[in-house]
Design a protein around this ligand. Structure first.
Ligand SMILES: Cc1cc2nc3c(=O)[nH]c(=O)nc-3n(C[C@H](O)[C@H](O)[C@H](O)COP(=O)(O)O)c2cc1C
Length: 385
């Protein structure tokens, strides 16, 4: 199977599983601890049922939205995933190009392998930058200034990883930072020659082993060297003052990612954020976190009309996106799904995934008799007595 004959996100996932070494695939695909939160994100979405209204002439259907004053062709955006550049040679550029071609925003993660300036230059489109606030705050502030100079449209501040998550499978696979060479993972890599030659060897011939290209110069180590990556994403001292400081530094849209409580949504608003992303990091941090779709309605109620509310976690079908919009979200971010697409076929694979969501959203709108995503509301959600 290749991405041209993939008909569902699960198909793309299976292709990615085949193409990538096990350690890398599991790093992308799996969750945290017992992976309950990751499974429940998906299950909670599946448990919500939509109400169809028939004979409502839905011949013409619109799924474009306006977000932050800009039109986008679909109600989805690509969320930040630090490892896109390992799934394909310069995977971040491939994914950003796919997003630009599909008319949706792309988010570049702090810990990506491609420099933000290159992504802006080579992909263009509606670009957001994701920030982790390092304990040495001035380094993160410098990164914000760099993203501002590069011209990113929005800044996403991720706040849900104050301490390092426990991912046992990474330890078992030796997929740690610094990367540990074991006979097991050497065999793993050697048995995926397409990835070894198509990704790693290309980096070696181009600019050497992948680096965290957006880290300050003195921290720009290879992925096999100094301890960084995830450990560099954590900061136990994060505080609402950090959001206020970013509000002072950042002139365009400011989004706080990782909100799970209505009161925190209000605090984000007070601190000057334009939007929040309801997120449990795709079930990759606190395994006892609730499914994001279950906490959406309360949070929407708390800040309705005052800021944009985005959501991610477990969205694998167009119907999932429709459900979130009906429950009050302004847009949905995708994490793993478009990584599977990038791993399957670079830009074309990622674009095929986005197109799959477009078709599915369109089909569901037709089936429930809804002509425009702007008309989605609680009437479309089935309530059990
Ligand atoms: C491999 C991987 C890497 C990620 N890296 C980041 C990151 O660097 N910054 C961040 O804010 N979120 C990161 N996330 C979380 C995603 O932005 C998003 O919240 C999550 O993937 C959504 O869930 P889904 O994968 O079920 O769509 C990552 C997720 C994955 C799967």
């Amino acid at each position: 199977m290749n991405y041209k004959t993939a008909y569902s996100i699960e198909d793309f996932r299976q292709i990615a599983k085949k193409r990538l070494p096990k350690g890398l695939f599991e790093f992308i695909d799996r969750g945290n601890d017992d992976e309950v939160a990751m499974r429940e994100n998906i299950a909670a979405l599946q448990n919500i049922k939509l109400v169809s209204r028939v004979l409502n002439d839905a011949t013409v259907r619109n799924q474009s939205i306006e977000l932050f004053g800009k039109k986008q062709l679909m109600p989805i955006a690509i969320g930040p995933t630090g490892s896109a550049g390992l799934t394909w040679f310069e995977g971040e550029i491939e994914l950003a190009k796919a997003a630009a071609a599909s008319g949706i925003p792309f988010t570049l993660a702090t810990s990506s392998m491609t420099s933000m300036e290159r992504v802006v230059k080579e992909a263009g489109g509606n670009l957001w930058f994701q920030l982790y606030m390092w304990p040495q705050r001035e380094l993160s502030h410098q990164l914000v200034e760099r993203a501002n100079r590069a011209g990113f449209d929005a800044l996403i501040f991720t706040v849900d990883t104050p301490v390092a998550p426990g991912r046992e499978y990474n330890l078992r696979n030796g997929f740690t930072i610094p990367f540990k060479f074991t006979s097991q993972n050497i065999i793993d890599v050697a048995s995926h020659p397409r990835w070894l030659f198509g990704v790693i060897c290309k980096y070696l011939m181009d600019s050497g082993l992948p680096r965290y290209a957006n880290f300050p110069e003195h921290m720009q180590s290879r992925i096999t060297a100094l301890p960084m990556g995830r450990s560099m994403a954590t900061n136990e001292s994060l505080h609402w003052d950090d959001v206020k400081k970013l509000r002072d530094l950042w002139p365009r849209k400011l989004i706080v990612k990782g909100i799970q409580h209505p009161e925190d949504a209000k605090l984000a608003l007070q601190a000057g954020a334009d939007a929040i992303i309801i997120s449990n990091h795709g079930g990759r941090v606190l395994d006892s976190a609730p499914a994001t779709i279950d906490i959406l309605p309360e949070i929407v109620k708390a800040v309705k009309g005052q800021m944009s509310v985005l959501i991610d976690g477990g969205f694998r079908r167009g119907s999932d996106v429709v459900k979130a919009l009906a429950l009050g979200a302004d847009a949905v971010l995708l994490g793993r799904a478009t990584l599977y697409g990038t791993a399957s076929g670079g830009q074309s694979g990622a674009q095929a995934v986005i197109e799959l969501y477009r078709r599915e959203i369109d089909r569901v709108l037709g089936l429930i008799g809804c002509r425009d995503v702007a008309d989605l509301g609680l009437d479309h959600i089935f309530k059990k007595n």
